[in-house]
Design a protein around this ligand. Structure first.
Ligand SMILES: Cc1ncc(COP(=O)(O)O)c(C=O)c1O
Length: 454
């Protein structure tokens, strides 16, 4: 139900909201209801949410095992400061340490201590502060194509001009090339490249910093950057360079966190790297404003004697919701589902390359998938207008998808982890049909040769 029409909302947004608020689609959607993998607009039309409200709904909209727990907490105690005790915050921190941290195989070792925020950028700000406190250094390495949020430090860490404003950034952040193999920044080819982009991190530390760093920030898979992930050697090499120079390794798991990439709780575990701090938000709250960090006891101890406070961080409602999300992930084996359904969907998307010349690359892990659109596979000329049009055509067929990448030419498919194979088929079928319609519109020739497979 909506008591305002799309046109009324449009007018009111123009009058009352900052004009930097963006929308998708020629006629923006007025989404008024959500149920697991589906959302409904004000006319009652159903859509499969293939973008999880920007990778935020991890286990399903209004999940029936989560909502009652949040409602119970709201009715009992909506807010209490961490100046007083409340049981839920410690229960949540303990459960997270057990599920995400610990020394068990595949788990990032020793990540046991949490602090909760409302958002990912606050988590990244805190991680930077922890790294500075711990190392007594000031400088950071981040990656090109990265996104870390909109506060000043987070924006400074972000490696995309479209997400930066011209302003005095925080001192001491240098960006290293990302391992974007489809468009190698060094114009090399994997594996003969020897993963040269990873060693560039060492050169940058040598030439652009004092030689000592506080830390390194990296997303295991760059989300807004266009679902960019490196070859398996990249992050282990970077990790060893960061450690050699005394830095703290920070894995920004705001999009990858809590199982979205399949197999592992955190995305970084795919690369066998044990980070010193992970930052989290989005999916961990499944729609509640919940972020945080998880770190080692040694790094946490650098905060002894210092006050850090976040009014709503650790709020009982967010904690009850977060705890319920962890329960659902565990009980419904969501991580395995992200892996199996994600692999199935990726295989189907890869097959679409044989039929649709617009697809230049299909990549990603689990349910964090990207399809890069190009006007020509040889020149790899980016196709941002076609990407926007494809999103529109998919929406008309009942599927919501997102976009990313420096040129906005990467379709981002990141549905809630509760989807099944039927949903994956639906996503692939709608993309197939919509790409066909788009190609008719743009009269792109079909490829003669069979497309490359990854
Ligand atoms: C990887 C990553 N880090 C940090 C952030 C910032 O999170 P928030 O918008 O909750 O501040 C985002 C947001 O999209 C993100 O994708």
């Amino acid at each position: 139900m909506s008591d305002l029409t799309v046109d009324q909302i449009k007018k009111m947004r123009e009058e009352y909201l900052l004009p930097s608020t963006m929308t998708y689609f020629e006629k923006p959607l007025n989404i008024v209801r959500g149920q697991m993998q589906y959302v409904y607009d004000d006319t009652g039309r159903k859509y499969l949410d293939g973008f999880s409200a920007v990778v935020t709904i991890s286990v399903g909209h209004c999940h029936p095992e989560i909502v009652p727990k949040i409602q119970r907490q709201v009715a009992e105690l909506q807010h209490m400061t961490t100046l007083y005790y409340h049981p839920t915050i410690v229960k949540y921190a303990k459960k997270m340490a057990e599920m995400a941290g610990g020394d068990r195989p595949g788990k990032p070792a020793n990540l046991r201590v949490s602090f909760f925020t409302n958002s990912g950028c606050e988590a990244n700000e805190l991680a930077a502060m922890l790294a500075k406190n711990h190392t007594k250094q000031q400088e950071f390495i981040a990656l090109r194509h990265s996104f870390h949020g909109r506060t000043l430090m987070a924006m400074t860490l972000t490696g995309q001009s479209s997400w930066r404003h011209s302003m005095p950034y925080v001192f001491g952040v240098t960006h290293a090339p990302a391992a974007y193999c489809y468009r190698c920044p060094l114009k090399l080819k994997y594996p003969s490249c020897g993963v040269a982009c990873a060693s560039q991190v060492e050169d940058i530390i040598k030439y652009n910093t004092s030689g000592h760093i506080a830390g390194f920030f990296g997303e295991p898979i760059a989300g807004f950057g266009g679902v960019i992930h490196p070859p398996k050697e990249y992050f282990p090499i970077v990790h060893s360079i960061v450690k050699k120079h005394g830095g703290v390794y920070i894995s920004d798991e705001v999009q990858t966190g809590f199982g979205r990439t399949g197999k592992h709780f955190f995305g970084i575990s795919h690369w066998g790297v044990k980070p010193d701090i992970v930052t989290m938000a989005k999916g961990i709250g499944n729609g509640l404003p919940l972020g945080g960090i998880l770190t080692t006891r040694a790094i946490a101890d650098s905060m002894r004697g210092k006050v850090h406070f976040n009014t709503y961080g650790g709020n009982p409602v967010s904690m009850a919701g977060g705890l319920a999300v962890l329960d659902v992930i565990e009980r419904h084996r969501m991580i395995e589902n992200a892996d199996t359904v994600g692999s199935f969907l990726k295989a189907r998307l890869s097959k679409l390359m044989n039929r649709h010349p617009l697809i230049g690359d299909v990549r990603g892990l689990g349910l964090m998938l990207g399809v890069e659109l190009v006007k020509d596979r040889k020149t790899k000329e980016v196709a941002p207008k076609e990407t926007l049009r494809l999103m529109e055509l998919c929406k008309d067929r009942g599927l919501l998808i997102g976009k990313g990448g420096m040129a906005g030419n990467v379709v981002r498919i990141k549905p809630p982890m509760c989807i099944n194979r039927k949903d994956a088929d639906f996503i692939a079928d709608v993309l197939d049909e919509s790409l066909g319609a788009l190609e008719k519109e743009t009269r792109v020739k079909k490829p003669r040769a069979r497309a490359r497979r990854r």
